[in-house]
Design a binder for this molecule. Sequence first.
Ligand code: NDP
Length: 450
Amino acid sequence: MSEYDYDLFVIGAGSGGVRLSRIASGLGAKVAVAEDRYMGGTCVNVGCVPKKLFVYSSHIEEDLEDGAGFGWTNSGTLNFDWNKLRDNKTHEISRLNGIYNNLLEGAGVTVHSGRARFVDHHTVSVGDTTYTAKYIAVATGSWPFIPQFEGSEHAVTSNEFFFLPRLPKSAIVLGGGYIAVELAGILNGLGVDTTLIYRGDLFLRGFDEDVRAFAKNEIEKKGVKLVFNNNIRSVTKVSDGFNVSLEDDSSVNTGLVLAATGRKAHTQDIGIENTDIALNKAGNIEVDSNFATSVKNIFAVGDVKGDYQLTPVALAEGMALARNLFNDQPINMDYDNIPTAVFCQPTIGTVGLTETQARERFGDIDVYKSDFKPMKHTLSGRDERTFMKLIVDVNTDRVVGAHMVGPEAGEIMQGVAIAIKAGATKAHFDETIGIHPTAAEEFVTMREPI
Ligand code: NDP
């Protein structure tokens, strides 16, 4: 009989917490998870899932327009009903919440609905009840951050965006990262006059320079107004929306101010002060390579560590921690070559190093680029182009970076990521037979380095 109620108590049933709980339970551990908001966390409720559903919706008018060149016309009027999209999405997510709950209970995990707070290093409370556990894991994720400016309380974040009571006629999106470009694309596609304001020279800092420049052109062509080297100074409520004053002394009226200015570790109100868990300067929980915090029986996975705020990384970390704790064949997380996609329009897909990073690391690199009009647009007539880029370490011939801006870049890059993870060389890419006619075949037919 264990001296604890549970072998593992997980705080937070988001991507990392659910995966950790299920796998640990499957490995024979007695596991509980506590969640006080929504099953599935940010990704399922106010992140990846609703975002992708909204991206589909925001593309439909354009798809119908493209149909004209293929012989399809619609003589009726096309209407968009925001309430229907929002409510259908919410309904689907309720279904997913239930599935997550069933998955946990089916795996033998005890689910506590309520906020868990540390009492000491082996005890948490949920409501009036306390539970002890040999190991405790913090998987509380992250929370949107809004910078302080006069009237910043008028700005909403991605949390509220998915539940807006009505769609505004115009919107200002502040920020130049994943969420800003994705949500600006959705708003624009749904017919909202959208302006993205970013404080630097060019958005998507950290992405390959060619990708950033290419994405800027394509996103502008779609109609999103891009304002760089500027920032919000203040927001004032006016009768039909907000007046936004910018640092360049200009001002503009808008129906919505959406701040997509980063996310911070969610460590508030979990009783962290009752522990010796160390946070770094940015407020993230610090862990070692086995996800242990400064308290050896307390662990952390996912966004709350502040490093890679990506659902698939949290999933992999949850899996790795479960195995490290309860399996005699522990696994190490490998953070190299994590592929990601930004679901702006067109989509960005990327894996491996940018050209700048590869040049710094390897010196001698070959760069292959392709910029073309997708076949679909020969008939649709749409002025949209696709961009692809491969970066090769000349000494080993290994492909060390692949980047794409174009339709289905996320789908395509997942396969390319496997090749790169497996150490594929440019010769392997060249020997691979293309699938014709696709955009993806361009990745195996680029012959001349730039
Ligand atoms: P990001 O960190 O990607 O971007 C934050 C943006 O806000 C940056 O452009 C940053 O500018 C800007 N910013 C930060 N502080 C201020 C400020 N005080 N004033 C003005 N601008 C500011 O965060 P996001 O919120 O876009 O997304 C959070 C995380 O969620 C991402 O890092 C990503 O990992 C994850 N995510 C992943 C998605 C996917 O995989 N498709 C989708 C959505 C989110 P600067 O560049 O100058 O620092």
